[in-house]
Write a protein that binds this ligand. Structure first.
Ligand SMILES: *Cc1c(COP(=O)(O)O)cnc(C)c1O
Length: 339
């Protein structure tokens, strides 16, 4: 059975009712600059307006709402936006959340998740150690793990973005979706295509370290080496035992585009200086794909999902100032916007 038969539009509609009051219904706004560049109407779906600053609140809120009454709490080991979403949703429902991390996670991320009321448990020195503790909490202490993308309730929750876009603008012809584990792309594509089978869904990742892109090319889930990127929220694997998102992405994504770090840097400047929004590198890959000329869009309006704003501010300040930035231990040369 394919992933698509397991999750339907009805699940996405049910998710929408469940997450109302926790996740926001976000605005879909025109970008005049990108409209000029793309030669067709270009719209931005502003998930940066979510309470935790990213769309992952949707999937997390749906999954947390669906936990059985006997669950002692919710556990995960994401240090990024998923961890924030789970912490926030659990606090709203009034149940404990434990986020397991390794001792290598930067203190700022630990504080961010703690501030949302979660118990942060530091275990070992690797993500594997953190996962082991998470699995133990679930086996011995009655917690239930909510993973970041490969989970039916998470996918259905992210799919609510597709419903909102088509409600606001039933004429949208293509969707630009940042792609990592594929929970977002799978959910949005399955909801949008159930309503408008001819809508075009374009998945966009960075050109190095994109596990779903490599897996789609290989025809099965594969591992890739993780590389530091301005689109850090798009890093990480899809799981060799992937259950849902690989099949769904293979079936529902019409086209993949890969953008490089200079293109992401530029698109962050464009969104800031032209539209005056602050967003993560992962959020602007749709703009980067269009600005790079790597993507030819069909006729009709395009909506690009601006997925989150949880970025490292010192790095962002450098980008808008046109300064060089460090990607891991590699220096990336900056360019002043408009120069
Ligand atoms: C998680 C995330 C994505 C990618 O979502 P997937 O469901 O993993 O494909 C994109 N942008 C941001 C800001 C994210 O946090």
């Amino acid at each position: 059975m394919s992933g698509r038969e397991l999750i339907t539009l009805a699940d996405v509609l049910a998710a929408r009712a469940r997450i109302a009051g926790i996740a926001m219904r976000t605005p879909l706004v025109p970008s005049p600059f990108m409209t000029r560049k793309a030669g067709r109407e270009f719209l931005l779906k502003l998930e940066i307006a979510q309470p935790i600053g990213a769309f992952k609140i949707r999937g997390a809120a749906n999954a947390v709402a669906r936990l059985p009454a006997e669950a002692k709490g919710v556990a995960c080991c994401s240090t990024g936006n998923h961890g924030r979403g789970v912490a926030y949703a659990a606090q709203k429902r009034g149940i404990p959340a434990v986020v397991c991390m390794s001792s290598l996670v930067p203190q700022a991320k630990v504080e961010g998740i703690r501030a949302l009321g979660a118990d942060v448990r530091i275990v070992g020195r690797s993500q594997d150690d953190a996962q082991t503790e998470c699995t133990r909490l679930c086996a011995e202490d009655g917690f239930i793990e909510v993973p970041p993308f490969d989970h039916a309730d998470v996918i259905a929750g992210q799919g609510t973005i597709g419903l909102e876009i088509l409600e606001d603008r039933p004429d949208v012809a293509s969707l630009l979706v940042p792609l990592s584990g594929g929970g977002l792309a799978a959910g949005v594509a399955l909801a949008a295509k159930a309503i408008r089978p001819d809508i075009r869904v374009i998945g966009i990742s960075m050109d190095r370290g994109a596990a779903m892109a490599a897996s789609l090319v290989a025809g099965r889930p594969v591992e890739v080496e993780e590389v530091p990127s301005l689109a850090d929220s798009l890093g990480g694997g899809i799981g060799l035992d992937n259950r849902y998102t690989f099949d769904l992405c293979r079936e529902l994504i019409d086209e993949m585009v890969l953008v490089n770090e200079a293109e992401i840097y530029r698109a962050m400047q464009v969104l800031y200086f032209e539209d005056r929004f602050v967003a993560e590198g992962a959020s602007v890959v749709g703009l980067a794909a269009v600005l790079s000329g790597k993507l030819s869009l069909p006729e009709g309006p395009t909506a690009s999902i601006v997925t989150g704003r949880n970025l490292d501010m010192p790095t962002f300040t450098k980008i808008i100032s046109g300064e060089d930035v460090m990607l891991g231990d590699v220096l990336m040369e900056g360019t002043l916007y408009g120069a």
